[in-house]
Design a protein around this ligand. Structure first.
Ligand SMILES: Cc1cc2nc3c(=O)[nH]c(=O)nc-3n(C[C@H](O)[C@H](O)[C@H](O)COP(=O)(O)O)c2cc1C
Length: 207
């Protein structure tokens, strides 16, 4: 294998955009974090969600100190991580915008502590706030998952600054870790280059 051609390099402390572009190579899912405090709802689109611990069940995400909802998130007893489905790009954009009432046109169902859960999301993780840590211009929020709920569908992804969908790697014959009932093995567009590569790959793997 030859060496890869370098795109760019530099000091992230001197070039925030470079840092952001570099982090963009780490693809993530997309979630809307919702919360409620003293009768006020707040919601923000994030891609900083990460799993922390299985026992006890802990997750984290980070919120910008400049978020208009910062105080609500800091004071609330908990939050819900609504993991978005691939058909929820508009919803993601909406909760990333400075809309005055983000919940006005959005279908939600109240859950733990009356915090709204977003209808149509692929998963809800209801969390009690466990800890907050300084994270530079962000605050890292750690939550203890109290209830989780998942639905059928495909996740929305975010990579290199763009929305994306997850497809099987051509080397995969079936999706790993997907329950048996899932018959929807991914098939590429017939006669496309990716379709030919996938077919050759499958034939090679059968040998
Ligand atoms: C894909 C994506 C990921 C984002 N991830 C984060 C994040 O992890 N933390 C954060 O504070 N803001 C993140 N943002 C920006 C917030 O969504 C946005 O600044 C905020 O919701 C604006 O509204 P607010 O000021 O009412 O909170 C992200 C935006 C997008 C589109």
């Amino acid at each position: 294998m030859g060496s890869l051609k370098m795109i760019e390099k530099g000091n992230p402390a001197e070039d925030t955009r470079l840092f952001r572009r570099c982090l963009g190579f780490f693809g993530t899912g997309v979630a809307v974090i919702t919360t409620r405090h003293h009768g006020k709802n707040a919601g923000a689109t994030v891609n900083s969600v990460a799993s922390v611990s299985l026992e006890p069940p802990l997750v984290l995400w980070s919120i910008s100190r400049t978020s208009r909802s910062f105080d609500i998130f800091q004071n609330a007893e908990g939050f819900v991580i609504n993991i978005l489905a691939k058909n929820q790009v508009d919803l993601s954009r909406h909760f990333a915008s400075p809309a005055p009432d983000k919940f006005a046109q959005i279908a939600t169902t109240p859950g733990w502590n009356d915090i709204p859960t977003i209808d149509g999301a692929l998963a809800h993780i209801e969390c009690q706030s466990e800890n907050s840590y300084d994270g530079g211009d962000h605050v890292i929020k750690v939550g203890r998952a109290l209830n989780v709920c998942t639905f059928e569908g495909d996740p929305l992804m975010f990579v290199q600054g763009r929305y994306a969908v997850a497809v099987d790697h051509p080397g995969m014959r079936v999706r790993p870790e997907v329950p048996k009932h899932t018959e929807d093995r991914w098939e590429p567009v017939p006669n496309s280059m990716i379709s030919l590569i996938t077919r050759v790959n499958r034939l090679l793997l059968q040998k």
